[in-house]
Design a protein around this ligand. Structure first.
Ligand code: GTP
Ligand code: MG
Length: 207
């Protein structure tokens, strides 16, 4: 598979929604900023829900990622492609809280059972203050059939890799691809309808 590559503001093959979850202060917004704009600076706590869009090309497919950034335990209901769950490797309680709320997440956030999960331990640049080992992270991820990586929003270590791993996994799940391609189909249908009506043509049918 190809590496991540930016694409312009054109069309896309698939659209994926990714939801960032984790305790306040673990670095969700910092990871998102680091991924979207390659820059890192101190952020204020997120209020409510924010989102950013990133267009990129992976494995020959043009993808639109809508990444939702929640504030702490904000309730959020939508059909999403994946959960991106973050804890702070230097604050053990953020890891424990994630494992406790894991089972309730579908009820809290989504109705999509097929979505892909990634567990991410952030702030590995503060290795001397580490309170959660890499092995513990791997074990929790395995228990919940989730991908796993450690990263640092500050140094940008593994930030892009987390999203790349996630997207490659989403691309393997036909149900999630159908969700994405449905958007493209709807757009195509609108374009066709517009085209037909401008020519005075009849209705259009897409399967
Ligand atoms: P809420 O919006 O309150 O839910 O917090 P959040 O998870 O979005 O955390 P945020 O990105 O605001 O980061 C909280 C603090 O941690 C900020 O002071 C960041 O600068 C710092 N921080 C985030 N990521 C890292 C990292 O990788 N390393 C270090 N050393 N600090 C980080
Ligand atoms: Mg935030």
């Amino acid at each position: 598979m190809g590496s991540l590559r930016k694409v312009g503001n054109g069309n896309f093959d698939y659209s994926f929604k990714i939801l960032l979850i984790g305790d306040s202060g673990v670095g969700k917004s910092s990871i998102l900023l680091s991924f979207i704009s390659n820059c890192v600076h101190d952020l204020s706590p997120t209020i409510g829900v924010d989102f950013k869009i990133k267009l990129l090309s992976v494995g020959g497919k043009r993808l639109k990622l809508t990444i939702w950034d929640t504030a702490g335990q904000e309730r959020f209901g939508t059909v999403i492609s994946s959960y991106y769950r973050v804890y702070d490797v230097t604050r053990r309680e953020t890891f424990i809280n994630l494992s406790n709320t894991w089972a309730k997440e579908v009820e809290l956030y989504s109705t999509n059972q097929d979505c892909i999960k990634i567990l991410v331990g952030n702030k590995v640049d503060k290795d001397k203050e580490r309170a959660v080992s890499r092995e513990e992270g791997i074990a929790l991820a395995q228990e919940h059939k989730s991908l796993f990586l450690e990263c640092s929003a500050k140094t940008r270590e593994n930030v892009e890799q987390c999203f790349k791993d996630l997207v490659l996994k989403i691309l393997e799940v036909p149900n999630l691809l159908e969700n994405g391609s449905a958007v493209v189909k709807r757009q195509t249908m609108k374009q066709k309808q517009g085209h037909n009506s401008s020519r005075g043509g009849g209705g259009c049918c897409l399967n």
